[in-house]
Design a protein around this ligand. Structure first.
Ligand code: AMP
Ligand code: TRP
Length: 333
């Protein structure tokens, strides 16, 4: 059986990278997979401090973005993580399966914890175990994410394999990452060496899903580039990360390849390319933004979608968790 699981953290500033790297791909996949679970991962969000009111608002906004982007809440399960207890329960078991040495290799922890590791939460360290639990509580098989999550998914595979080995079963599937599209790693508009991120202090580094049309155009106009004209193919962008990023964004928005975009803009400067990109971004994003606003005006509806999703998700996780408890040796409740 094939089952999709993916998640986004409700940490605010949902951006173009989240859309092009993840959410848009979910919309494509929902046609090919019968079973898709899309989760607002609030337990992951609190691994760094979240103001409670902001967390509530961001949870709704993240769900609204999924629905507005075209994830069908009738066909798929859209829910938030804290409403299904299996996530936290299985995460604890995985805390006892994963090894400290595995977690020590995680580059995201190193980036997020910064220099003063002693002050990071224990949750931030154990974060990838919870992510493995998210997927495996449903025996998820395929996980569409951006490039930055690859290492976490390798860990999820290691955890599944070790659990299976330790308990002598073939219980958990070995998950497959699905990383595809022209923008699997959207970079900051201000620095082509950094990924576009919700937590970048510079708002000009990212295009937020809630940005106004004017802000989208302004941020693209101000994006860092170089003085060279665009080359005729992707090889010509090898040492030009900022230019490569904007071309990648264009290709992803238009659903084509970077080479196809460069064929069209061969020899043009950014004076011509940036306005074309701004127009395209506005054309593709503004219908989603309109729908997000409409949904955010009716939070009760979003809450209802999430509640229904959580009920369906809990029903799928229950038999998996019952078997896990049996395998581990816990007494039946
Ligand atoms: P997060 O914002 O960390 O909750 O990420 C949610 C999803 O968006 C994950 O699948 C990430 O891999 C993806 N994502 C986040 N940032 C980027 C980016 N800059 N480029 C492409 N995908 C991204
Ligand atoms: N860690 C992911 C991110 O920050 C979000 C996430 C949590 C996730 N659980 C998941 C993604 C399970 C895929 C599957 O991007």
């Amino acid at each position: 059986m094939k089952r999709i699981f993916s998640g986004v953290q409700p940490t605010g500033n949902l951006h173009l990278g989240n859309y092009l790297g993840a959410i848009r791909n979910w919309v494509r996949l929902q046609a090919d997979f019968d079973d898709c679970l899309f989760c607002v991962v609030d337990l992951h969000a609190i691994t760094v401090w979240q103001e409670p009111d902001a967390l509530r608002a961001n949870t709704r906004e993240t769900a609204a973005a999924m629905i507005a982007a075209g994830v069908d809440s009738a066909r798929n399960i859209i829910f938030n993580q804290s409403q299904v207890t299996a996530h936290a329960e299985l995460a604890w078991i995985f805390n006892c399966v994963a090894r400290l040495g595995w977690l020590e290799r995680m580059t995201q922890f190193k980036e997020k914890a910064g220099k003063d590791k002693a002050r990071a939460s224990v949750g931030l360290y154990a974060y990838p175990n919870l992510m493995a639990a998210d997927i495996l509580a449903y025996k998820g098989t395929h996980v569409p994410v951006g490039e930055d999550q690859k290492q976490h998914l390798e860990l999820a595979r290691d955890i599944a394999a070790k659990f299976n080995h330790d308990y002598g079963t073939e219980f958990f599937p070995i998950v497959e990452p699905l990383i595809f599209g022209a923008a699997t790693r959207v970079m900051s508009l201000k620095d082509g060496a950094k990924k576009m991120s919700k937590s970048d202090p510079s708002d000009n580094s990212r295009i937020n899903m809630t940005d106004s049309i004017d802000d989208i155009a302004k941020k693209i106009r101000k994006a860092r580039t170089d003085p060279e004209p665009l080359p005729g193919d992707i090889k010509g962008l090898e040492d030009r990360p900022e230019a490569a990023n904007l071309v990648g964004i264009y290709a992803a928005l238009e659903d084509t390849t970077a080479d196809e975009v460069l064929e069209r803009f061969d020899g043009e400067g950014f004076g011509a390319f940036k306005p074309a990109l701004a127009d395209l971004a506005v054309e593709k994003l503004s219908p989603i933004q309109d729908e997000m606003r409409r949904l955010m005006d009716a939070p009760d509806h979003i809450d209802q979608v999430l509640r229904t999703g959580a009920e369906k998700a809990a029903a799928l996780a229950a038999p998996v968790m019952a078997e896990v408890q049996e395998l581990v040796g816990f007494l039946k409740p």
